[in-house]
Design a protein around this ligand. Structure first.
Ligand code: DX5
Ligand code: ZN
Length: 221
């Protein structure tokens, strides 16, 4: 795995052929599987839960599964996703009554833990939990749907998050999610991101490998 991680969001995959889609995208060079969980409560959309994560593991997927919880309440699903084979679990801090506890639950289960920041959510939720964070996810769209346009305000936020990570001296991944394309991935990396979620950009391509290669080429430029 290179230092840059490409994590296709299966939200834009063909759910009728999910196992095959995940195999194809991983064979095409993707590093992780980004797994969007929406509950029709925290966000106005409904997707997939722990059973589907478990099915992907049983299907033979060994790559890291990056579970992005867009749910409220948060804690109830953490144990189920740990059991289902999640590798990383991130949640939106304003959706948890006890952020420190939710992070601890994830880490106690052996998964990496992270917080997700919506476009208007301040980074101060990180203030007292940096020592319990393995990943920070900056949303560059309002959560709920794939295929939206990248909000440029995310670039300043990435720079601010990168500063916090550097100050902490900890090994924390900085992930971006929403509207990531070949033509903006370079600027996003320059703002500090090292982990790139891309849903429609990859799954709408005819050739996943070609699209992922084009992203890596931009990152190497
Ligand atoms: C949005 C999800 C994203 C989404 C990204 O709420 O968290 O992961 O699938 O899709 P694109 O890359 O199409 O913006
Ligand atoms: Zn996501």
């Amino acid at each position: 795995m290179s230092d840059f991680v490409i994590a296709p969001s299966i939200l834009s995959a063909d759910f009728a052929r999910l196992g095959e889609e995940v195999d194809t995208v991983l064979e095409a060079g993707a590093d992780w599987v980004h797994f969007d969980v929406m509950d029709n409560h925290y966000v106005p959309n409904l997707t997939i839960g722990p059973m589907v994560c478990d099915s992907l593991r049983k299907h033979g997927v060994t790559a890291p599964i990056d579970v992005h919880l867009m749910v409220n309440p948060v804690d109830r699903l953490i144990g189920d996703f740990i059991e289902a084979g999640a590798s990383i679990i991130t949640f939106h801090p304003e959706a948890s009554d006890h952020i420190d506890r939710s992070l601890q639950l994830i880490r106690d289960g052996g998964c990496k833990a992270g917080l997700v920041f919506n476009p208007a959510t301040p980074l101060h939720y990180l203030d007292y939990v940096m020592d319990k964070i393995d990943q920070i996810l900056i949303m560059s769209v309002n959560p709920g749907f794939g295929g939206q346009s990248f909000l440029p305000s995310a670039l300043d936020k990435l720079r601010a998050a990168r500063e916090r990570i550097n100050e902490s001296g900890r090994d924390i991944r900085l992930e971006i999610d929403g509207g990531v394309k070949v033509d903006n991935i370079r600027a996003i990396a320059e703002a500090g991101a090292d982990t790139f979620v891309a849903g429609s950009a990859i799954f709408n391509a005819n050739d996943y490998r070609e699209r992922i290669d084009a992203m890596r080429k931009e990152l190497a430029a």
